[in-house]
Structures are given as C-alpha cells and as structure tokens.
Write a protein that binds this ligand. Structure first.
Ligand code: PEP
Length: 259
C-alpha cells in the first residue's frame, strides 16, 4: 500500500512571518491526526526559507522540501544552490521540472537538465518530486500519453529507484495549474495508470511503490474524488497550500482515502 503524500508548493509566496504562521496553523490542525502513519505531509517554501521551515516544523510530522536545485555539486554557478546544500538545510524533498520552470521562467528547463537534477537530488539523499504533464495544445492533439512517456523516460535516465524514498512523480497537466480547471477523475486516473505502466517498463515491480501525485487546482472539494482513485497517491498543491484550512482539508481527504 502506498502512503499518500500531500506536498505544498508555495512557489514564490509568503514572507518569513507568514510562512511561520502557516506552518504553525498546519501543525495545529494535524494534532491528533494519524500523520505520518497514514499520510505524509510536506511544505516546500522558497529556497531562502527552507532552513527556517525546518525549524518552524520542529518535531511536528511535517517534512520540508525545496522547489528547485542546480545539478552541479559546487563551483562557479552564481545564484544557484546544490542538492547537498538543500539537504544541509533540512530538506527531504525537492520539486524538479515544475511546469513553470519548463515553460514560463526565463531559462526554460529541458528534459536533459531535469534528468541531471533528479540524479543530483538522489546522490545527495533528497527525494526528487519529478513533475511531468502535457500542455493544453498537446492534450487537444491527442499527444498526452506520448508526452508523459517521454518525460518519464527522459527524466529518469540512470536514476536509481529501489523504493519510495528514491522518487515521487507528480502528474500536473499544465492547463490545470493555477487555473482553477482540474482534470476529471477519469483523465487523471488514465494519466496516472499510464505513468505507472511506463515506470514498470523502466524499473519493474518497484514502480508499484513509487507515489504518483496529482497536481493542478486540487482543493478540499475536489480532493476526495481524486485521492480515492487507484493510482493517485497524494497531491502537489499550489494555491490551496497557502492557507492552513484548505491544505488541512486536502490532508483530511488523503487520510480518509487511506483508511
Ligand atoms: C503546483 O504549483 O504544483 C500546482 C499544482 O498549483 P495549483 O494547485 O495552484 O494549481
């Protein structure tokens, strides 16, 4: 049985005080809940707050993650941050290949660079959350499954996958991120099952241990329908992770789905 993971991607939002208040609100809401036994929770603040977030969390059952890294271990890479540095700051997870980095932020990331980042994360003992997903143009052209096959295969070249600690995948249809438009349960399950099949072809039976999260306008009202599906093992949450109540509502749905 895969344990659901609900991870908050704060993107470039919240200052120190707001981040601290949010973590404290989430921690309060988790008191008495079967976390991390029946579901795991993580927050991924902007890089500059990763170390602080680790401290805000203290001994509460919330993991911390980052939103990006650079694949080299050290050197003349002004402004970049290595996987080991994130680990040093207490990160357990790192989001890699988010659609905003693939498609909208200046130096667009390609699958080769994303693969280097996945491997750098693993080498440093971080769990990469590899984001994949089709654009609306690709979906309308009937290319969704081919895009997912390519992104999974290219993203995982020479990656090591021996258990759930080595990899999390997030299926995030680009057209659903931050738009309020959510994939239907049928669209999401079809994509997740396809990704797991591809993973099985690449790494065999261990694919059944890898969590595949859904991301794209997940909210407390649509989370139960998505999290109940066979191949959806949690969520990568943007907008709804910025408010404790909404994030906690999604965590409750994950706990209910894993009862
Ligand atoms: C995300 O940023 O990964 C995301 C899924 O955002 P939102 O939940 O706001 O669509």
């Amino acid at each position: 049985m895969r344990k659901p993971l609900i991870a908050g991607n704060w993107k470039m939002n919240l200052n120190y005080e707001q981040g601290q208040a949010l973590v404290s609100g989430i921690a309060k809401g988790l008191a008495g809940q079967p976390v991390p036994d029946h579901a795991e929770v993580a927050v991924c603040p902007p890089t500059v707050y990763v170390a602080a977030a680790r401290q805000w969390v203290g001994d509460r059952p919330i993991d911390t993650g980052a939103q990006n890294l650079y694949h080299e271990t050290s050197g003349a890479f002004t402004g970049e941050v290595s996987a080991a540095m994130l680990r040093d700051c207490g990160a357990r997870y790192v989001i890699i290949g988010h659609s905003e980095r693939r498609h909208t932020i200046g130096h667009l990331e390609d699958d080769r660079m994303i693969n280097l980042k996945v491997r750098a994360a693993q080498d440093a003992g971080l769990t990469p959350i590899l984001c994949i997903g089709e654009t609306i143009t690709e979906r309308k052209a009937g290319q969704t499954m081919d895009v997912l096959t390519f992104q999974v295969t290219a993203g995982l070249v020479n990656a090591k996958i021996s258990g759930p600690q080595d990899l999390v995948i997030a299926y995030e249809p680009v057209w659903a991120i931050g738009t309020g438009e959510v994939a239907t349960p049928e669209q999401a399950q079809e994509a997740h099952a396809h990704v797991r099949d591809q993973l099985r072809k690449l790494v065999g039976g261990v694919a059944d241990q890898v969590r595949i999260l859904y991301g794209g306008s997940m909210k407390p009202d649509n989370a139960p329908g998505l999290l109940a599906l066979a191949d959806i093992d949690g969520g990568l949450i943007g907008g709804a992770s910025l408010k404790a109540d909404a994030f906690l509502g999604i965590i409750s749905a994950a706990l209910a789905a894993n009862r």
